[in-house]
Design a protein around this ligand. Structure first.
Ligand SMILES: Cc1cc2nc3c(=O)[nH]c(=O)nc-3n(C[C@H](O)[C@H](O)[C@H](O)COP(=O)(O)OP(=O)(O)OC[C@H]3O[C@@H](n4cnc5c(N)ncnc54)[C@H](O)[C@@H]3O)c2cc1C
Length: 448
């Protein structure tokens, strides 16, 4: 039987990063990565296949990253794990021994039990090249597209599918606004306005009751009785941890049905680690179970798991969700808790907002507006969350805010942190949005 030191199951964000991290921390160990699919998609790039990048073959992770890091690749499916004797069995009948095993088996899209959901031309968002190519072919023949779910996936698909096509797009969202599971209402309202300006119809506070048609979808019936014409439907209502393999060998699951792990990303079996969408998560703020599934989190967990394989080196302090997207030309981003979520968790909060052009003077090329909203715990002044909207630099600024949250920085720390500015790159030092939002929170606390 073939034997390796480390076997990683899964070849996407979590698996690749766990394997590379292991290589960096334990250069003497042999590392094998086993994945089902021949080609790996950049998962977050999937919506852009339908517009900007024009096809699944333009959205692939090159295998060169594995070769460069001396990681062996096997394309096969793991069907069983023999935990006592430490070997895995593949669908092709191979047995491979391991010293440490990393499960990075990811997630699968949720298919809601709505009548008619198995009709032709109703798609979920699978990380599968040939499935996505079929979806793209159908989209190019479609006149009426209905997207069920107005979260990140629904919003990004709507924005991309409209590009270079004359097509009616309708988004059906159960909540009051699109993106409402993430952002505060003011940002959701701006995002919806942008989508509407692009001709996308948004139907909020509505549920899909059934899909109409015989073999092939022809329409969507809503709970209010309204019927929408549709020759294609995309379901973007979330995903569930892929735990089939782990459950099959008796590994415990957590409350959100992810593989239960400790703070070192170790499962109940000392020699098996789990990371990414398949692993259970807890919130950084209160240690309670968290259902967030993000590629950024997946790689963070993998950097912890990979480093801990042969001895504890890193600890997972819990999940700080960091989201970013762009609709039209406007970026939206959040780190940590929104104001609404912080209040729901029982925090007494104080908020500071600041808005300014992201260049100075504002006549500089590429100037765009940038708004920052920070949420702090009243009393301690510790930052709980931040939201950024406007210029595309939001994607980087939100990561700086996430670092502030992780380091439990206070209003005063952020108002006085040593930042750098430049006319062609940032807002002016006087109007710098991050420090000024903290100052506004300070002012607001003084007024109470
Ligand atoms: C449309 C879309 C857009 C997104 N946009 C963003 C974004 O902008 N930012 C962000 O942070 N996140 C985003 N996400 C979420 C992100 O894609 C996931 O969090 C990420 O893919 C998780 O990575 P993972 O490696 O844990 O799992 P997955 O990507 O699901 O990969 C799982 C891997 O395991 C393999 N596997 C499973 N079982 C077996 C087995 N038995 N044997 C062998 N191999 C197996 C699979 O083949 C696959 O290679 C988006 C998701 C979607 C669907």
């Amino acid at each position: 039987m073939k034997k390796v030191d480390v076997t990683v199951v899964g070849g996407s964000a979590a698996g690749i990063t766990a394997a590379i991290t292991c290589r960096r921390h334990y250069p003497e160990k042999s590392v094998l990565l086993i994945r089902k699919e021949k080609q790996v998609l950049i998962p977050c790039g999937i919506p852009y296949i339908f517009g900007t990048v024009e096809g699944p073959d333009k959205n692939l992770v090159p295998d060169a990253v594995l070769e460069k890091n001396d990681i062996e690749l096997l394309i096969d499916e793991i069907t069983d794990i023999e935990r006592t004797d430490r070997f895995v069995t593949t669908a092709n009948g191979e047995n491979i021994g391991y010293e440490k095993l990393v499960l990075a088996t990811g997630s699968v899209p949720i298919i809601p039990p709505i009548p008619g959901v198995d009709m032709k031309n109703i798609f979920v968002v699978k990380k599968d090249v040939s499935y996505l190519q079929q979806m793209l072919n159908q989209l190019n023949r479609t006149s009426n597209l209905v997207i069920v779910g107005g979260g990140f996936i629904g919003a990004e698909f709507a924005d991309e599918c409209r590009k270079n096509r004359h097509i009616k797009i309708t988004v059906v969202e159960m909540l009051l606004h699109c993106l409402m599971l993430t952002f505060d209402e003011d940002l959701c309202a701006v995002a919806e306005e942008i989508e509407k300006e692009q001709g996308i119809e948004i139907i909020a506070t509505e549920k899909v009751e059934s899909f109409l048609g015989n073999d092939t979808v022809k329409g969507v019936k809503l709970a209010s009785g309204r019927e929408l014409e549709a020759d294609m439907v995309i379901l973007g209502i979330g995903c569930a941890a892929n735990t089939k393999l782990a459950e099959g060998v008796g590994l415990e699951l957590g409350l959100t049905k992810g593989i239960q792990v400790n703070r070192y990303m170790q499962t109940g079996d000392d020699n098996i680690f789990a990371c990414g969408d398949c692993a259970e998560k807890v919130s950084f703020f209160d240690g309670k179970p968290s259902n967030l599934k993000l590629a950024s989190t997946a790689t963070r967990e993998s950097r912890i798991a990979g480093a801990n394989l042969f001895g504890v080196r890193r600890i997972n302090e819990g999940m700080i969700g960091v989201f970013s997207t762009v609709l039209g030309d406007t970026a939206f981003a959040l780190a940590g808790l929104s104001e609404r979520e912080a209040k729901q968790k029982g925090y007494n909060v104080v908020v500071g907002k600041s808005e300014a052009p992201n260049r100075h003077p504002s006549g500089m090329p590429e100037t765009a507006n940038l708004k920052v909203k920070l949420v702090f715990e009243r009393g301690t002044g510790i930052i709980l969350g931040g939201q950024v909207m406007g210029a595309k630099s939001s994607g980087e600024l939100i990561n700086a805010i996430s670092a502030c949250i992780h380091e439990k920085m206070t209003i005063d720390n952020i108002a006085t942190f040593p930042m750098g500015t430049h006319p062609a790159l940032t807002a002016s030092p006087i109007a710098y949005q991050l420090t000024n939002a903290a100052e506004m929170a300070f002012k607001s606390m003084q007024l109470d």
